[in-house]
Design a protein around this ligand. Sequence first.
Ligand code: 5GP
Length: 254
Amino acid sequence: MSSKTPKGEKLYEGKAKVLYQGTEPGTIIQYFKDDATAFNAQKRGTIAGKGIINNKVTELVMNNLEMIGIPTHFIERLSDREQLIREVEIIPLEVIVRNTVAGTMAKRLGLDEGIRLDRPLIEFSLKDDALGDPLIAEEHILSLDIADEEELSEIFDMTHQINNFLRGMFAGIGIELIDFKLEYGRLYDEEDTGYTIILADEFSPDNCRLWDMKTGEKMDKDRFRRDLGGEVEAYQEVARRLGISLEAEDGRKQ
Ligand code: 5GP
C-alpha cells in the first residue's frame, strides 16, 4: 500500500477502505482498496483498479451533492486512492434507497427483480457486521436512541434530495440507478456546542446498483457478488461515462 501522502496513525481497516488520522485536527484520510467482499465477507476477492475508480467516483458525487446543498464529509482528493475527509461520529445506520426492486428486497418479499417502485423506498439497516446488518424500523431507531426524530427527518430529506439528483445524473449517461446505500455522521462544531448531520462514507459502484438503460446489463458490484465476470470493465465503463480520467499522474493508463 505505497503512498507518499503524509498521514497519521491507522484508525480502522474495513473491507474496502482504510482510515488514517489526517495531519490537520478533525481530518481523516480515506484510502480505497481493490479488495471486494460480499455476503458479510463470506466471499472475498479483488477487483483490479476498483479503489482508484471508487475514490474518483466518490469525489465526483460528493462534489456534485455539495453543489446542490447537501453537506458532506468530503474535503479533497489527495491521490489516486486517497481522499481527505472530515472526522464525524458515524450514525450506525445503513440508509438504503430503492427505486426498483432488487437484491435483498426481492428475496425477502418474493418479488421479481426489476419491478419499478411507485415511490422511492428508504430502508434502514443497523450497521453491525456481527449481526449481518439487520433491517430495522424507524421505531427501532427512535426507541434504541440511535438517532432522534429531528435527525431522522433530516436524513429522510437529504436522502430524497440525493436520490432525485443522482437518478438524473445517471440517467444522463444511460444508467438506471436501482438502489444504493448511504451513511451519515454528526459533525461537531469546534466549541462542541452543536453539530450538523452530513453525508459520510462513499458513493461508488460498490454500494449501489447500476443497470445499463439499453441492455439491462449490471454495472456494479453484483457482477462480483453473483460471479457474472467483467467487473473490472463494468467499473471502468461507469467511470468513462461519468467523464472520469483513469490516467495516472505520470500519464500511465491504470
Ligand atoms: P441489498 O439490501 O439489496 O443487498 O442492497 C441494497 C443496496 O445497498 C445495494 O446497492 C447494495 O450495494 C447496498 N448495500 C447494502 N448493504 C451494503 C453494505 O453492507 N456494503 C455496501 N458497500 N453496500 C451495501
